[in-house]
Design a protein around this ligand. Sequence first.
Ligand SMILES: Nc1ncnc2c1ncn2[C@@H]1O[C@H](COP(=O)(O)OP(=O)(O)O)[C@@H](O)[C@H]1O
Ligand SMILES: [Mg+2]
Length: 508
Amino acid sequence: MPDQAPAVRLTSITKRFPGVVANSDVNLTIERGEVHALVGENGAGKSTLMKILYGMQRPDEGTIEIDGEQVSFKTPADAIERGIGMVHQHFKLADNLTVLENVILGAEPKKRGRIDFAAARTRIKEMSDAYGLHVDPDLLVEMLGVGDRQRVEILKVLYRGARVLILDEPTAVLVPHEVDELFGNLRDLRAEGLTVLFISHKLDEVLSVADAISVIRRGTTVATRLDPSEVTSRRLAELMVGSELPTPELHESTVTEDVQLDVGGLTVRSPEGRTIVDGVSLRIRRGEIVGLAGVEGNGQSELIETIMGIRQADAGTVVYGGDDITQWSTRRRREAGIAYIPEDRHRHGLILEGTIWENRVLGHQTQRPNVRGPWIDRRGARRDTTRIVQEYDVRTPGIEVLAASLSGGNQQKLIVGREMSGDPKLLIAAHPTRGIDVGAQAAIWDHLRQARANGLAVLLISADLEELIGMSDTLHVILRGRLVAEVDPRTVTPEELGSAMTGAGGTQ
Ligand SMILES: Nc1ncnc2c1ncn2[C@@H]1O[C@H](COP(=O)(O)OP(=O)(O)O)[C@@H](O)[C@H]1O
Ligand SMILES: [Mg+2]
């Protein structure tokens, strides 16, 4: 067998389901020892292709070669035999077993007819050391967080001798620091000579970890083996959707004279007495989107949390529709029509262990259609959840599934849909389109534009400078807790905005 044969070569793979061609003439080459990212929109056919490589689906046409040799997998056992392992989008661990038991389940080492736990333990220890996948083998899986569960899944696959590891949207369920840890693990695996095939539609992540990138659109590979140092996330996104991207932009102004939010001299200090928000004053009128640009950690999070009543102001006032709400509770603010898309959707936006419809109620448990008298109105809430799922194109098998099972983009659409319901007057939107696919991003921009035309006042925070420039009527720069500049979103460039954010160079 020649050394240079690729780890995996898929040729002309076609897979049809009734009424759908999931894969159509797919060609893909994965070299040994690389981290290869496969990107594509929801429904593009990524999971189907990986299931074919893992022996869970049979292709209708096409061939699979492993290390240069043609194979035909009837079941995953055949694929495992050839060193292919897969971690699915939804984990398949047994909660009531320990890490060790889960890892060896179905592949138990035996000694005189009994399970040789000592041998298993040694092997797992060696693997976790080699790949930096540290999880206590004796803990019950139900005690583990998502990041650790994922490491157990990876260990399980490696334990069966995988040399090619397929990860289907591994980051969808992770919070940012867990994503960093996972990427560290992937680099360690690569260093040990393993090959990783990793699915994602989060392009920034892909660019940071992949050695090569392939793009799949409507079931077919439209670009393969792109070099991440030579491609931008915008270009990848265009390949994914097959056309030029919608751009964030506002059309004619809808700004009125009515001030909806008037923040005056707002100051917030840390428990240690450090000033985090320093005398911020800003106004948002009905029909206006006010953008706030800043490098993370310059007080923007604390500012919006104070406007939401999650934090207390040390000085200054928050006036909403003419009422001084500085002392109001968060619940009262929400009831008065302030909607909130939080920065960290896993920590503040959703209960991942709750169903989709329960998440519809979250934060809105005192509002119609979720309540009737003193009671939660389950029927009303369920009906309205169905409406959100349709209007915001939340891809889910139903409203009874757990929020954790949705992809990150679909979780975000659910949050945006929930927050836009009930006719809010003010929306505090932190990174409303972060981490979601380009189609969903364009849809959220549309919703924002429509709501703005109907008189919604919006405070927009985003790390995406094009979004901030395109979607703001008025644009402030926050630096070390102070509003240091106001720039004209019609003329400012991302570069100029970027330097204003770091306090470099003169701005207008
Ligand atoms: N088992 C199946 N039966 C019927 N249709 C399927 C099946 N699996 C996937 N599909 C369809 O094939 C297409 C590609 O799906 P999938 O491979 O899951 O896409 P992705 O992982 O890129 O989101 C979708 O239209 C999906 O509905
Ligand atoms: Mg998929």
